[in-house]
Write a protein that binds this ligand. Structure first.
Ligand SMILES: [Zn+2]
Length: 337
């Protein structure tokens, strides 16, 4: 039986469809009431709870009112039916294929990064990785042709994932309406010519295209437009993520600095563990140590979750609280802290 996982810290993210106008009649799309998709996934940056809204065309004369449009960025985070982020799958694939690590070693690495995963699940992710790079099967192609008929055309989105900085990126093309991965390939450089060559096999499928969706990377937008000559829609959330990238980087650096300053916490925890259960000071210091330990699990996540700032605020609060306790005499100085 599959064990249900429980997570201490989950970041909630909501996604709206990037397409604002119906690709058929160009009327403004309207959001459907309530969330269309809910999912929790584990990523390298922590646990995310994803909520996706969908929109549809309300023009009574439009023949494609039944189509529901979802966020392509939401679809890019994970594969359907998989509760690990695509970044984890790519990390598993890279470690296995490039670094020749065993499943046990990869599992160990992921667990030490805070991901709840068994070696068996790592193997399943390795299978998904291979499926990703396998390309379209005849069944997938038949599904796309069916969708082309039903929806009157298809929408392509593309983006890249980097397993480690300075390494090649795994680029993926998705069909947005069916959430099908159509093509994936490792690219060592990202310029318009390379991206156009990467998109060409998808164009060669000769399926009717309604629009393309992506982040604002100039080379990618140019490549999508040059390949299909169709309307292009930029993802606002992608844009926000890109704009916040330097801030997140700074926040992560601050987090490393703060963590280096509170390295002694394990020694204090050991002393607390060894103290008598009646030792009141040990109980109080233990509560503070627990709060700090939880703070050490904070993560910085694009676009706006600043783990470093949260940790700083927490430590500031803990310091003030300790000072108040010392002043009141509730706690005497103990264990060199
Ligand atoms: Zn319409």
């Amino acid at each position: 039986m599959r064990k249900t996982k429980s997570f201490q810290s989950v970041s909630r993210q909501y996604f709206y469809p990037e397409l604002k106008r119906c690709p058929h009649c160009r009327q403004r799309l309207r959001l459907l009431q309530g969330l269309y998709l809910k999912k929790t996934i584990q990523t390298l940056d922590g646990v995310l709870w994803l909520g996706g809204y969908a929109s549809h065309c309300v023009n009574p004369k439009c023949q494609h009112r039944q189509i529901h449009y979802l966020s392509s960025q939401l679809a890019a985070l994970s594969l359907p039916g998989v509760t690990y982020g695509l970044d984890v799958i790519v990390r598993v694939g890279w470690r296995r294929q490039h670094d020749h690590r065993t499943m046990g070693e990869i599992g160990q690495e992921l667990r030490s990064a805070g991901i709840q995963i068994t070696d068996r699940e790592v193997e399943r992710l390795w299978d998904y990785y291979r499926l990703l790079l396998r390309g379209l099967t005849q069944i997938d192609l038949a599904k796309l042709r069916e969708a082309e008929k039903t929806y009157g055309g298809l929408i392509w989105s593309a983006d890249g994932l980097q397993p480690e900085s300075g390494e090649p990126q795994l680029w993926v093309v998705r069909e947005v309406l069916t959430r099908t991965i159509v093509h994936a390939e490792w690219l060592s450089q990202v310029d318009q010519a390379t991206l156009q060559a990467f998109l060409q096999p998808v164009k060669d499928l000769a399926l009717k295209t309604l629009a393309t969706v992506s982040d604002q990377q100039r080379a990618l937008v140019k490549a999508l437009k040059a390949t299909w000559h169709k309307p292009h829609q930029a993802c606002q959330s992608h844009f926000l993520r890109d704009a916040a990238a330097p801030l997140i980087e700074q926040d992560r650096a601050q987090m490393v600095e703060i963590k280096a300053k509170i390295r002694g916490i394990r020694a204090i925890e050991r002393k607390i563990e060894a103290a008598s259960p009646q030792d009141r000071s040990a109980i109080i210091v233990g509560t503070y140590a627990l709060a700090i330990r939880q703070g050490l699990r904070f993560r910085s996540r694009a676009p706006l979750q600043l783990g470093g700032v949260r940790l700083y605020a927490l430590l500031d609060e803990v310091t003030c609280s300790i000072q108040r306790c010392l002043k009141k005499g509730t706690m005497s100085v103990w264990l060199n802290c």
